[in-house]
Ligand binder design. Structure first.
Ligand code: T4K
Length: 368
């Protein structure tokens, strides 16, 4: 077996020569940031590609989340999931908002809509669900609850590039969605992110907030932040966009191959897709059940010993980190499903340049 390290993911990088004309153009006009031509083109092209009304680009997904909360003036308590990357809850804490953790659905691994209402208090102002692994949340149920209780919905859609439901991009749902274009994502701009919003007026507010609150040379309307995407990141995004369909297609092949091999394998549950029309195959999560020949930790270590670096996304739960675990909603009793899934989950390597041989190595190690 090859000794080469196999990681959970690896960014797709087009031929460097293809990037040179973009760099030459930046060198020519000397606009490096603050809404330059590459930035404007990428916003336009992404709106078209994704089929959404407005996109505001950011320097990363976390600042996009922080700004989305600011844009809607969210305060008090926000209902969210413990089963996510830690940035989800951190974006709340950084805004002085208290996260209230609600358990997840055992199949979709997204926030369980049946448990949201019980967590609503007079201080609740919003729900922040996550489309975990790009699997859409129960959008209709969540919106119904939000409407009944007059709550905003901000989706952490970090994993959801290119995912659609019957009506189009899932990024169109809720009041706002924030996405990540980090190096580990299906579509990357090295670092980057965006807020997807329904109308121009909201976008103007977001644009102000991501540029220190500046409206013009003498007017500052809000205590904004520096959330701008640079021209070099935007240029890379424009190039990536040309390749993204092909890379998603390759991810799909890898996903199907894993699914076929693991179907019926005792002790391994493949997390199902949950109702998307177009999936993005961003992650390949499996659950290592108690009847498997080793437990999740043992399998993780065993793969690592053979140079396969799988990841336990999302273990530990956000609610187990020290800044959250004292909260009442973070208790194990409140989150039995999330705790069980976090104990069993393992994300296997999936990325466009994973070769068939490399995938076969991962499979063989698991089959034993
Ligand atoms: N909300 C959710 C639900 C998220 O998942 C994330 C990010 C965010 C919000 C925040 O968005 P950003 O602010 O990040 O835009 C990674 C990513 O750093 C993080 O972006 C991502 N979620 C999270 C799920 O995964 P780590 O700590 O696992 O990254 P790291 O550096 O260990 O990378 C994993 C593997 O990827 C490495 O073993 C090798 C490979 N890799 C990584 C990088 C950075 C490369 O081959 N090249 C690279 O440049 O967090």
């Amino acid at each position: 077996m090859s000794k080469k390290n196999i990681y959970v993911t690896q960014p797709y990088l087009p031929d460097l020569n293809e990037f040179m004309p973009y760099l030459e153009s930046i060198w020519e006009n000397k606009i490096l940031t603050n809404g330059g031509p590459m930035h404007e083109s990428l916003e336009k092209e992404l709106c078209e590609y994704l089929g959404v009304n407005e996109i505001a680009l950011f320097n990363n997904g976390t600042i996009a989340l922080l700004t989305a909360l600011q844009a809607l003036r969210i305060t008090g308590e926000v209902i969210t999931t413990p089963y996510s990357f830690v940035a989800t809850a951190h974006s709340l804490l950084w805004n002085g908002i208290k996260p209230i953790f609600v358990d997840i659905d055992p199949v979709t691994l997204n926030i369980d809509p049946d448990k949201i209402e019980a967590a609503i208090t007079p201080q609740t102002t919003a729900i922040m669900p996550v489309h975990c692994y790009g699997n859409p949340c129960d959008i209709e149920r969540i919106q119904e609850i939000a409407d009944n209780y007059n709550l905003k919905v901000i989706y952490d859609a970090a994993h959801a590039f290119g995912v659609t439901d019957k009506g189009g991009s899932i990024l169109r749902h809720g009041d706002l969605s924030a996405i990540s274009f980090h190096a580990t994502k299906v579509f990357n701009t090295f670092e980057g992110g965006a807020i997807i919003c329904p109308d121009k007026k909201t976008k103007v507010r977001i644009n102000n907030l991501k540029n220190f609150g500046i409206v013009d040379e003498t007017t500052v309307v809000a205590p904004g932040i520096n959330g701008k995407m640079s021209e070099i990141n935007a240029a890379f995004g424009l190039l990536q966009l040309k390749h993204v369909d092909k890379t998603i297609q390759r991810r799909k092949e890898i996903d199907e191959n894993y699914r076929n091999v693991f179907a019926g394998l005792k002790g391994i549950t493949v997390v199902p897709q949950s109702g998307q029309v177009d999936a993005n195959y961003a992650y390949f999560p499996i659950l290592v059940e108690d009847e498997f020949r080793m437990n999740r930790e043992e399998l993780y270590d065993y793969l690592k010993k053979h140079n396969v670096y799988s990841r336990r996304y999302f273990y530990p739960l956000i609610s187990d980190f020290s800044m959250y675990k004292g909260m009442k909603s973070a208790s194990k009793e409140n989150l039995p499903v999330a705790n069980e899934i976090a104990r069993k989950v393992l994300c296997l390597p999936i990325y466009p340049n994973l070769t068939n041989e490399e995938q076969q190595k991962v499979i063989s190690l698991i089959l034993g």
